[in-house]
Design a protein around this ligand. Structure first.
Ligand SMILES: Cc1ncc(COP(=O)(O)O)c(C=O)c1O
Length: 448
């Protein structure tokens, strides 16, 4: 069925339908008014109910929405595709371009999901998430950070991706300008665009440890600006906003009358610095998190957000409409995420990530890669290749073709100096990282 707006005239039938319609109408009329047929019984609806007006757009499948011109693909996907082709032809490829841990989902979570699935009772949950999981997340904030976050503020989502979409969906009006660090995680600027907001690049660099600063935010803010999105630890740089810097950002954005969204998806993957949360600093911030990275559950599609109480109902409505609820088996798996034995395993993995970083960072430096910034989190190094070549995209291409190492070109993370940088994910074991370094060393020596 096609919904039409009030001003759009109904389309006349044409072709085959133009010939068949009179006969069909006659048949329908006879069926409804013939002997034995009864008028359909109508249900009685409340008189006081405010009935929302229905609007619709005529569909034109031939034309893409204009916004699609602004939605860029992941350039690394082309490299990944090529990596798969090379692998299928027998080449050995070391993939350092994938933003997910190489560890499997922890056993206790698998067991919890299996037990739930065997029960066979796999249904929708409330849009805000399983009540016991929302309580468990609240308990995690209490035990890990000493914070009293009521479960009623916590919304379980289909990954941090859905969390970001929900938050921006309830905040953005057409034309609203939002600041996002460049380089930064690319999907967020596309979400802003999708919602007819205007994403504005906030350039970050070595001088700011690749993070937003209060001074840069204040300088970039204008009367159309409504918000700022930051991630700590960051993708692609792994740098961290420490508590004083984050606190200053919170105060600056609040002072400007804007919204602050803090993406804490890599929370817990911190090396040499304690994990913290914006929730301890700013009751008005929207905080996004996920089971994807620290908890090792990328494919389960599960995350959460914490919103100021006044926004939870709007977020609930949007979640109901967008995807009904987060995957139920994943929610049951996540109930085991905060148990002591799971957390112990996750901490061992964190130590393994730290050891990989401590190997890879100096190894890359010895090959001529620049490593500006202080990558104290996530599992990424954002490496400057300008001492080696003048185009990081071509460099990533050649690394793959000639030595079988796949890295992500800076182009995927924005426009700011992107041709100088590549991102390497240390989400491979140390043996593979060592091999990758050897191959890159041989390639660089050979290409000089
Ligand atoms: C900074 C950042 N935010 C959000 C996401 C989305 O994560 P997910 O939807 O898997 O939770 C990612 C994924 O790599 C990310 O790096």
């Amino acid at each position: 069925m096609e919904w039409r707006s009030a001003g759009t005239p109904p389309r006349e039938p044409h072709g085959y339908w133009a010939l068949a319609m009179p006969a069909l109408r006659a048949l329908f009329h006879a069926a409804c008014s013939g002997p034995g047929s009864r008028p359909p019984r109508q249900i009685r609806l409340s008189e006081t109910c405010n009935r929302p007006a229905m609007k619709s757009q005529p569909a034109d499948p031939q034309r893409l929405a204009a916004r699609m011109a602004d939605i860029a693909p992941f350039h690394v996907m082309e490299l990944l595709q090529r990596a798969r082709t090379l692998q299928a032809s027998g080449r050995s490829i070391i993939t350092l371009c994938v933003g997910e841990p190489d560890f499997p989902t922890p056993e206790p979570m698998l067991d919890a999901a299996m037990a739930f699935l065997r029960g066979g009772d796999v249904h929708y949950t409330p849009a805000l998430g399983l009540p016991q999981l929302r309580e468990a997340i609240a308990g995690y904030y209490a035990s890990r950070f000493g914070l009293d976050i009521p479960a009623s503020r916590i919304v379980v989502t289909a990954g941090a991706s859905a969390a970001m979409l929900l938050v921006l969906g309830v905040l953005i009006n057409p034309g609203d300008r939002w600041l996002l660090p460049d380089p930064g995680y690319p999907c967020n600027r596309h979400f802003v665009r999708l919602l007819d907001g205007v994403p504005a690049a906030l350039e970050v660099d070595e001088a700011s440890d690749f993070q937003a600063t209060a001074a840069r935010v204040a300088a970039a803010w204008d009367e159309a600006t409504r918000g700022l999105i930051v991630a700590t630890p960051s993708n692609p740089t792994g740098t961290v906003l420490d508590a004083p810097a984050l606190g200053e950002l919170c105060r600056t954005v609040a002072g400007l009358g804007g919204h602050l969204v803090v993406d804490e998806i890599y929370q817990g993957l911190n090396y040499g610095c304690a994990a913290h949360t914006a929730l301890a600093l700013d009751a008005g911030a929207f905080v996004i998190n996920s089971f994807s990275k620290y908890f090792g559950m990328t494919g389960w599609r599960l995350g959460w957000l914490v919103a100021p109480p006044a926004y939870v109902r709007a977020i609930e409505k949007l979640a109901q409409n967008l995807y009904i609820c987060a995957p139920t088996p994943a929610q049951h798996a996540a109930l085991a995420a905060f148990r002591p034995n799971t957390l112990q395993l996750l901490e061992q993995r964190r130590a393994e990530f730290a050891a990989r970083r401590d190997f890879l960072r100096p190894a890359l430096q010895s090959l001529g890669f620049g490593l500006p910034g202080d990558p104290r989190g996530a599992f990424y190094l954002y490496a400057d290749v300008s001492a080696l070549c003048d185009d990081s995209y071509a460099f990533a291409h050649d690394l793959l073709e000639h030595c079988g190492v796949a890295v992500t070109p800076g182009l995927d993370f924005g426009a700011n100096s992107c041709r100088r940088f590549v991102r390497l994910a240390y989400s491979r074991d140390t043996e593979q990282l060592e091999q990758a370094v050897q191959r890159m060393a041989a390639f660089i020596a050979h290409s000089r």
